[in-house]
Write a protein that binds this ligand. Structure first.
Ligand SMILES: Nc1ncnc2c1ncn2[C@@H]1O[C@H](COP(=O)(O)OP(=O)(O)OP(=O)(O)O)[C@@H](O)[C@H]1O
Ligand SMILES: [Mg+2]
Length: 263
C-alpha cells in the first residue's frame, strides 16, 4: 500500500515537473514573441521622431523638450527589447558569435571614448591603460557590448568627482580587461546574485540609479561564449572591479566550446 502510494506521488511529481518545464518554455517563447512585436512599432516611433527633430524650426521649446523625453524613453524601451531578445537567443541556444580576428585594444579604446562625454558630464575621471596584445578571436560587436556594459556600469555607480579606470593587458594565454571604479560598491551579501537576470543591488534601487539588471547577465553570456570568464570584486562605499579574461589565440581552440551557458 505504502509502495503504491509512493509510486503515485512520484508520478504526480514527475507530471508536475513536466508541466513546469512546458510553462517555462512557453514563457521563453512569449518573451521572445512580445519583444519581436514591440521592436517594429518602436522603430517606427523613433523614425517619425527623427523627422520631427529634422523640422526643428517649427517646434516650440516646450514641444522640443517633450519630444526629448519621448526620444529618451523610446530609446530605453528599444534597448530593453534588444536585451530581452538577446537573452531569448541565449536560452534557445541560438546565440551566434562571429569568429574573426579582433583588435581588442581598439574595442576597449572605442568604448572608453564613446562614454567619455558621460564621464565628463558627471566630472568622473575616466582613464584607460592599454598594453599591446595579440588579436583575440571573437565577435567585435559583442565584445564592444561587454565593454560598454562594464564601463557604463562603472560610470553609473560612481558619484560625481569619482574615478573609473580601464586596463587591458595580456596575462599568459589570456587577455585581461579590468574596469575599476571608486563608486558605491555592492554589499557583500548581494554579490553572488550579480549575474542573475533583473538583479539590482539594494544600493541601485535605494539611490534610484536607473537600469534593468540585464547588462551583467548579457556580459557573462558573451564572455563565456568566447571561452572566457568574468569575476567581480567589490566593497560597499569603496568601489568595484570587474575582470574579464578571454583566451588568446593559441589557447583559444581548447577553451572555445563553451556553447551551452546558463545565465
Ligand atoms: N560598477 C558597479 N558598481 C556598483 N554596483 C554595480 C556595478 N556594476 C553592477 N552593479 C550592480 O549590479 C546590478 C546589475 O548590473 P547590470 O549591469 O546587470 O544591471 P543595470 O546596470 O542595473 O541595468 P542594465 O545594465 O540592464 O541597464 C546593478 O543594478 C548594480 O546594483
Ligand atoms: Mg548595467
Amino acid at each position: 500500500m505504502a509502495r503504491a502510494e509512493a509510486e503515485a506521488i512520484q508520478r504526480l511529481l514527475s507530471e508536475q515537473n513536466e508541466r513546469l518545464r512546458e510553462l517555462d518554455r512557453m514563457k521563453d517563447e512569449f518573451v521572445s514573441l512580445v519583444s519581436h512585436e514591440l521592436r517594429t512599432p518602436l522603430t517606427s516611433i523613433r523614425g517619425y521622431l527623427e523627422l520631427l527633430f529634422e523640422e526643428g524650426g517649427n517646434l516650440t521649446p516646450e514641444q522640443e523638450r517633450f519630444l526629448g523625453v519621448v526620444d529618451r524613453n523610446s530609446e530605453r524601451l528599444l534597448h530593453l527589447v534588444g536585451d530581452l531578445l538577446f537573452l531569448a537567443q541565449v536560452d534557445a541556444g541560438r546565440l551566434t558569435i562571429e569568429r574573426e580576428d579582433v583588435d581588442f585594444e581598439e574595442v576597449v579604446q572605442d568604448s572608453v571614448e564613446a562614454l567619455r562625454p558621460i564621464a565628463e558630464s558627471r566630472r568622473i575621471e575616466l582613464v584607460a591603460s592599454i598594453t599591446p596584445l595579440p588579436t583575440v578571436v571573437g565577435d567585435p560587436a559583442r565584445l564592444a557590448q561587454v565593454l560598454d556594459n562594464l564601463v557604463s556600469n562603472a560610470l553609473k555607480f560612481t558619484p560625481e568627482g569619482g574615478r573609473v579606470s580601464v586596463s587591458l593587458h595580456a596575462d599568459g594565454d589570456r587577455a585581461v580587461v579590468e574596469v575599476k571604479d571608486n563608486g558605491v560598491g555592492i554589499p557583500r551579501a548581494e554579490q553572488s546574485r550579480l549575474f542573475e537576470r533583473f538583479f539590482r543591488s539594494s544600493r541601485a534601487t535605494h539611490d534610484a540609479i536607473p537600469g534593468t539588471g540585464l547588462g551583467l547577465a548579457i556580459t557573462k553570456a558573451i564572455t563565456e561564449h568566447h571561452g572566457g570568464r568574468i569575476s567581480v570584486e567589490s566593497e560597499e562605499d569603496v568601489g568595484t572591479s570587474v575582470r574579464v579574461e578571454l583566451p588568446l589565440p593559441a589557447a583559444h581552440d581548447a577553451a572555445a566550446p563553451a556553447h551551452e551557458v546558463a545565465v
